[in-house]
Design a protein around this ligand. Structure first.
Ligand SMILES: [Zn+2]
Length: 278
């Protein structure tokens, strides 16, 4: 049996089991201090014999050091050695990776990329993040890919300054849910009607992202998840925008919907535990 911890900025979700159809999932555990949060995590797993536990964690992460980056905006968690602390609390080995790398691996094992060893997974919701698999391995590198913070060209007439606290008008600052909402003066992007110009504009930015990812990694599949990508018609608009931007130069990957849905985080963590070190 494997353990799974989806470590999010506002809540932790835990699970144990063997596969997506044979899994017991916890109630949400609020993300408070590391000590209190891990106490509740350990309580959920109490007396379970786990072979390994996967941690799909918010970032940025220093994966090689098993810790959360000292620069994370989550103050109490800066530099927290989550991998060894979980190992101590649960008494079994732990595998640490980003939430989006976990979700990418989950899509590879059980979702939209079961037949591909070269693909990119991107979630577009309250933020934008992604995981990259090349030759069957998740890409880590110096830190890990930060797809949401790539730079894109402006959609004509878009004067919204962008709301990424670090870069302003990076991709996330222009096309994540909160950016769309702020640009159009809404509380939530989801409130905008289907035929609103907000959507082709967001698709324009995501189409550029698709082209950038294609130019950099030549993936076979681009999997899009998250509330913004999964809106009706969005994936088709992203495809059209990507085709325009690529202008026939290179083939584009298949652009498809993520399959793991709301359970992408916790299933990603389970995938990490099963696949061990990537
Ligand atoms: Zn940014």
């Amino acid at each position: 049996m494997y353990g799974a911890i989806e470590a999010g900025g506002t809540k932790f979700i835990c699970a144990y089991g063997k596969s997506p159809t044979d899994i017991h999932v916890s109630e949400a555990i609020p993300t408070t201090t590391p000590k209190e949060t891990l106490r509740l995590v350990a309580e959920f797993f109490k007396a379970k014999k786990l072979k390994r536990v996967g941690i799909a964690c918010f970032g940025p992460l220093e994966i090689a050091k098993g810790r959360i980056s000292p620069f994370t905006p989550k103050l109490g968690w800066r530099g927290f050695k989550i991998q060894t602390e979980v190992e101590k609390a649960l008494g079994c080995p732990a595998v640490l990776d980003t939430d989006v790398n976990g979700a990418a691996l989950g899509e590879h094992l059980w979702g939209a990329a079961q037949k591909s060893r070269h693909f990119v997974y991107v979630t577009v919701g309250t933020g934008i993040g992604g995981g990259v698999m090349v030759n069957g391995q998740l890409v880590h590198g110096l830190l890990h890919p930060e797809i949401g913070h790539m730079r894109v060209r402006r959609f004509g007439g878009d004067e919204f300054p962008g709301n990424c606290p670090v870069h302003g008008d990076c991709l996330e600052g222009l096309a994540a849910g909160p950016a769309i909402a702020e640009r159009w003066g809404m509380e939530r992007a989801e409130q905008l009607p289907e035929n609103h110009p907000a959507w082709p504009m967001a698709a324009h930015y995501l189409g550029q992202m698709a082209v950038n990812l294609t130019c950099a990694y030549s993936p076979e599949i681009l999997i899009l998840g998250g509330g913004i990508s999964l809106r009706k018609g969005m994936i088709n608009m992203v495809k059209q925008s990507a085709e325009q931007e690529m202008n026939g130069y290179a083939p584009l990957p298949k652009i498809v919907r993520a399959r793991l849905g709301a359970r992408a985080g916790v299933l990603g963590a389970l995938a990490l535990a099963q696949r061990q070190k990537m």
